[in-house]
Design a protein around this ligand. Structure first.
Ligand code: FPP
Length: 262
């Protein structure tokens, strides 16, 4: 662990000061990120939107590395929603190309760090060459356990829930009273993966955008006004420190004594 943090922050930097405030015994097990603002990042610089996505792709690489180095076990990235098909075909195609390039280049890094890649979402509709690459990298990293990166692709939270219901009905194995929250979770794309503790969203929008609707029931939400391509170690550390200041009550009371308050 110590090794992983070598050179993570520059001496005397703001990040180094933030790192000192982090309690490594209380890190979130699972972080989910809505990566938003690539287009606006590019527009602000008078660049084509695709440049924003390219910069966003570099931020993905950095976020995966940072989470790995900090010891985060699960990271879920919202990379392509079902709604994203409504964008111009040229932008959609470039997004798949970027993902393809990412997989071709980053597979070695995933193997080196023993990181498992898992896709959640619907494969149908994803260009075949990208599907092949996803299957290749998933197979290559299948047995790794140091960290799991979940890529949400062609993903919609409501679709995921509807698909789970359909699976249960089709299988016809469960009686209604055998279906509870735990059994239901096992029919979601994220079966076997703990729910996110922390949901991060960039670009300041205050919505969940059909992302992990079931799984974020009790997640702490952290939002930055900064655009995804600018998301850095500083943001991640800040999000983690803020998360550790929150009191997660899961619907219960603050202290047992609080129960006697009027
Ligand atoms: C939101 O920005 C981002 C996306 C729709 C896609 C996320 C894709 C990447 C970060 C790049 C490739 C991904 C990987 C995994 C390598 P936006 O276009 O909605 O920004 P806007 O709201 O400012 O228009």
């Amino acid at each position: 662990m110590e090794d992983r943090l070598k050179d993570f922050v520059a001496p005397g930097s703001e990040e180094e000061a933030l790192l000192h405030h982090l309690d490594f015994s209380r890190l979130p097990l699972h972080i989910a990120i809505i990566m938003d603002g690539n287009g606006r990042w590019a527009e602000k610089r008078n660049l084509p939107r695709i440049e924003g996505h390219k910069a966003g792709s570099r931020a993905v690489k950095e976020a995966v590395e940072s989470c790995f180095r900090l010891g985060i076990k699960y990271l879920t990235l919202y990379a392509f929603s079902k709604e994203n098909w409504r964008r111009p075909a040229s932008e959609v195609n470039m997004l798949w190309e970027l993902l393809y390039d990412y997989l071709r280049k980053e597979d070695k890094e995933l193997v080196k760090n023993k990181i498992k890649l898992k896709v959640i979402g619907q494969r149908e509709g994803i260009p075949p060459k990208v599907c092949q690459e996803l299957a290749r990298v998933e197979a290559l990293t299948r047995d790794f356990e140091s960290m799991v990166v979940l890529l949400a692709l062609n993903y919609g939270g409501r679709t995921e829930i509807v698909e789970a219901v359909k699976k249960i009905i089709k299988e016809n194995k469960l009686k209604p009273d055998q279906i509870d929250e735990n059994t239901f979770s096992q029919y979601l794309y994220t079966a076997g993966i703990p729910d996110p503790d922390l949901l991060i969203r960039t670009s300041g929008e205050l919505r969940v955008s059909n992302f992990l609707l079931w799984q974020i029931a009790y997640a702490e939400i952290w939002i930055t006004p900064d655009y995804w391509p600018d998301f850095s170690r500083r943001h991640l550390l800040q999000a983690l420190i803020d998360y550790q200041k929150r009191e997660r009550r899961f619907g219960a009371v603050r202290h047992p004594s609080a129960q006697s308050l009027p």
